[in-house]
Design a protein around this ligand. Structure first.
Ligand code: MN
Length: 260
């Protein structure tokens, strides 16, 4: 084990790492060399990458570097668990295993101390966004994936970039009531209703990302809470920590330039 055997459990999401953002790559490196080193475990709740479509991406430094950071972490004895997001859902368990990372399903339930916790990326909670939910079903359908798999990487990359631009335009156009998590879906997830069924339900804490609206919210007084993780940007990122007793939302500033 690393030094983190009784350290906190950390939760991050929505890093959106890729060639356009060397600043985020540096921030993530600092996170892996910093707080994550002291952790008992690290959970990545989706959208680690701006997009993931092909294992060939592992040959590009923008992807190889963060994968290397995670491999170094697991070699230190910090277990890393990942559930996929809407941007990186083709990441496969066999591919991640090469870096010591364990793929877990979305949703996944776990027990932290006395709390029953449900982890999900968050896109399933945007149940009012019917157009997106339809797209999600189609793009993740085994037949679609079977048809896309043989396409060469450059074609898939162009397709992914086009989809990403389309989705950015669409999110900008849609009102917040559609792109945010729906309260009914949050309640359903905590209750363990379909598609959030789990033997641990009902849950006391729901942790998710995707909506980029970090907060700690009380859903039912003293009973049920929701932790929303933040998206990473050049200033830093909100991530979740479980210290053995309580859940906290913490801001990671990265490494500051010394002021002169
Ligand atoms: Mn997302």
């Amino acid at each position: 084990m690393g030094d983190g055997a009784d350290g906190p459990v950390l939760f991050i999401s929505d890093l959106h790492l890729g060639p356009d953002r060397p600043d985020l790559q540096a921030l993530f490196h600092a996170f892996c060399a910093g707080p994550a080193r002291q952790a008992r475990a690290l959970f990545i709740l989706g959208d680690l990458f701006d997009y993931w479509i092909h294992p060939a991406q592992a040959g590009e430094s923008a992807y190889a570097a963060p994968l290397g950071d995670l491999a170094a972490l697991t070699e230190e004895g910090v277990p890393v668990y990942l559930l996929v997001g809407n941007r990186d859902f083709p990441l496969s368990p066999a591919f991640l295993r090469r870096y010591g990372i364990t793929l877990i399903p979305d949703p996944s339930a776990l027990r932290l101390g006395t709390k029953r916790v449900l982890l999900t990326h968050g896109d399933l909670l945007c149940s009012n966004d019917h157009r997106y939910q339809r797209f999600r079903r189609i793009i993740r359908h085994p037949l679609t994936r079977f048809l896309l798999r043989p396409l060469p990487y450059p074609w898939l990359r162009r397709l992914a970039q086009g989809l990403r631009r389309g989705s950015q335009r669409e999110v900008a156009r849609k009102p917040i009531t559609i792109t945010d998590a729906h309260p009914d879906a949050v309640a359903a997830a905590l209750r363990g209703a379909d598609p959030f069924a789990s033997p641990l339900a009902p849950h006391q804490i729901l942790i998710h990302g995707h909506t980029h609206r970090p907060q700690w919210e009380e859903i039912t007084p003293g009973q049920q809470h929701r932790l929303v993780l933040g998206a990473w940007d050049s200033a830093g990122a909100f991530y979740g920590t479980w210290d053995g007793k309580a859940m906290n939302l913490v801001f990671f500033h990265g490494i500051r330039e010394p002021s002169t």
